[in-house]
Design a binder for this molecule. Structure first.
Ligand SMILES: Cc1cc2nc3c(=O)[nH]c(=O)nc-3n(C[C@H](O)[C@H](O)[C@H](O)COP(=O)(O)OP(=O)(O)OC[C@H]3O[C@@H](n4cnc5c(N)ncnc54)[C@H](O)[C@@H]3O)c2cc1C
Length: 476
């Protein structure tokens, strides 16, 4: 049963996921159950001794559908997808917007846009919060040449100079997407010209230098379709990629996660510090203890293995951490209209800058929503797993980033700048690694079931994570 569950969850295709597994009903079924659950947080179906670890979007979906109690380390729901608010000139983070609306809304992990939601999943989400749909605007920026090329780069060769276009076209015609490492795969898929121009420098930064040792991953983010490439070389590319449209909750991601949390029973401030497998006992940092029969874990796989004191034979797969700088300020005259920009090389070391306020002006303080005078940004930089810079280094880096964005004409005066750190942000695998399977099997043998993006060590977004949460609770 559990085998089937893992296999089916490996798919990003929801229709397949729900029907082939035969385990999870349509997300719409859950939607109808939720109405009743919202009325009553202490569901009568709550099973004693079964717990969910973590109240990010995966844990919340599992909590909504099962009614099981959730142990959550911090004082608010949402995990990486938590929004927070900052007033101009005030360095304090607020969990809710001020009554007068005069605050920037930021997110812990940078802008989180919901893509790839099936109609059923969308219905589930809309039970909690209405959403707006957006059509993606994103680009690759080459600061030294001041050139913007729409994403995906390979579909917009007409924006590059003649020599590069010609070489890239001929190489792409003979490309074959094979390779043991991400580096080999990128070079083989896009040819040496585009590889040297963009893919190598971008992926060096994005994977914090791991790309020549890890297996190829999330290939859907770099589509290589020959017809599209040819059309793009003539300036006629259709929009492509995994997130051509996306949705975002009308009142912010916090409105969605808080409404979901209201339908769950959550023990906040309960950071799990140890899981005693022989006594089936959870010990929290605040001294609380719980005996369990079974657990759904949404915590990163490597961390749960360590909380349980388990060891795997295989070498653990690597991860990268991300430092996100959330910035709000006066909009610069050259600030683009894109929602986010991929940067192959920046002086300060970031690889992506997103512009929250280009997605929706509701991210800005109320007074700035109609005059285009302000803008808000999230700037991402990757680090090798756990290599968190010291506070002084973060401050120095933040100054450099601000200067660089000012030089590019994105921002003038800065109103607020706030760094956030995501310890396990991107999960990777070594070529031919068996670690993930071994680690999950080991946990399962102790009735701990990993569910969600970090617990199963898979690349997936919010919608798929919620889908996992619903499915996980269903088979539990
Ligand atoms: C930089 C970045 C950008 C992204 N952008 C997007 C995007 O635009 N769109 C999209 O769809 N997806 C995006 N994603 C992916 C998305 O963030 C994940 O799919 C989703 O957040 C996974 O949710 P989760 O609940 O599984 O994990 P988490 O959000 O990590 O939740 C885990 C929860 O467990 C809690 N916890 C941790 N340790 C303990 C402990 N010891 N005891 C108790 N509780 C604990 C945490 O506090 C947290 O609440 C992005 C990811 C990153 C890193």
């Amino acid at each position: 049963m559990v085998d089937l569950f893992y296999d089916s969850c490996g798919s990003t295709n929801h229709a397949f996921f729900f029907t082939a597994a035969g385990l999870c009903k349509d997300a719409a079924t859950y939607s109808s159950r939720i109405d009743a659950k919202m009325e009553k947080t202490d569901s009568p179906t709550m099973k004693k001794g079964r717990y969910i670890l973590g109240a990010g979007v995966t844990g919340l979906a599992a909590g909504v559908s099962s009614g099981l109690p959730i142990l959550e380390a911090v004082d608010q729901p949402g995990g990486i997808c938590s929004s927070y608010y900052m007033r101009i000139g005030d360095s304090a983070r607020k969990t809710s917007p001020p009554n007068n609306g005069q605050a920037y809304r930021f997110e812990l992990g940078g802008g989180h846009w919901i893509f790839g939601a099936s109609p059923a999943m969308l219905k589930f989400i809309q039970k909690f919060s209405p959403v707006k749909t957006y059509r993606r605007r994103s680009a690759v920026y080459f600061p030294d040449k001041k050139i913007y090329v729409p994403y995906p780069l390979q579909d917009h060769l007409s924006c590059l100079d003649h020599k590069i276009r010609k070489a890239a076209l001929s190489e792409l015609a003979h490309a074959s997407p094979l390779g043991r490492t991400m580096k080999e795969w990128l070079r083989a898929s896009f040819g040496p010209t585009l590889y040297n121009l963009f893919f190598a420098p971008f992926h060096t930064a994005y994977t914090a230098g791991l790309y020549d040792r890890i297996a190829p991953q999330d290939s859907y983010k770099s589509p290589a379709n020959r017809v599209q490439v040819q059309r793009g070389a003539r300036g006629q590319a259709a929009k492509a990629g995994y997130n051509v449209t996306f949705v975002y909750p009308q009142k912010g991601l916090d409105a969605l996660t808080q409404r979901m949390a209201a339908a769950c029973k959550i023990h906040y401030g309960h950071r799990v510090e140890k899981i005693d497998l022989s006594r089936k006992k959870i010990v929290c940092q605040n001294g609380a203890t719980f005996f369990y029969e079974k657990l759904i874990s949404t915590l990163p796989l490597n961390q749960v293995i360590s909380l349980c004191g388990l060891k795997t034979k295989s070498l653990p797969d690597p991860y990268t951490s991300v430092l996100v700088l959330n910035i709000g300020g006066e909009r610069g005259k050259d600030c683009p209209r894109d929602h986010w920009i991929y940067v192959p090389k920046s002086k300060s070391g970031f690889h992506r800058v997103g512009i929250y306020s280009n997605v929706d002006v509701s991210f800005l303080p109320k007074a700035h929503r109609n005059n285009h005078a302000a803008a808000s940004f999230y700037v991402e930089r990757a680090f090798s797993g756990g290599m968190k810079p010291a506070a002084g280094q973060i401050k120095k880096y933040a100054d450099l980033v601000l200067q660089e964005l000012q030089d590019w004409g994105y921002i003038r005066k800065c109103h607020v700048l706030d760094p956030t750190w995501i310890e396990v942000a991107y999960t990777w695998t070594w070529p031919d690694s068996q670690w993930r399977t071994e680690a999950m099997r080991l946990l399962e043998s102790h009735q701990i079931y990993p569910v969600g993006r970090y617990a199963r060590w898979v690349f997936q977004g919010i919608a798929d994570s919620m889908c996992d949460g619903l499915a996980g609770a269903d088979v539990f």
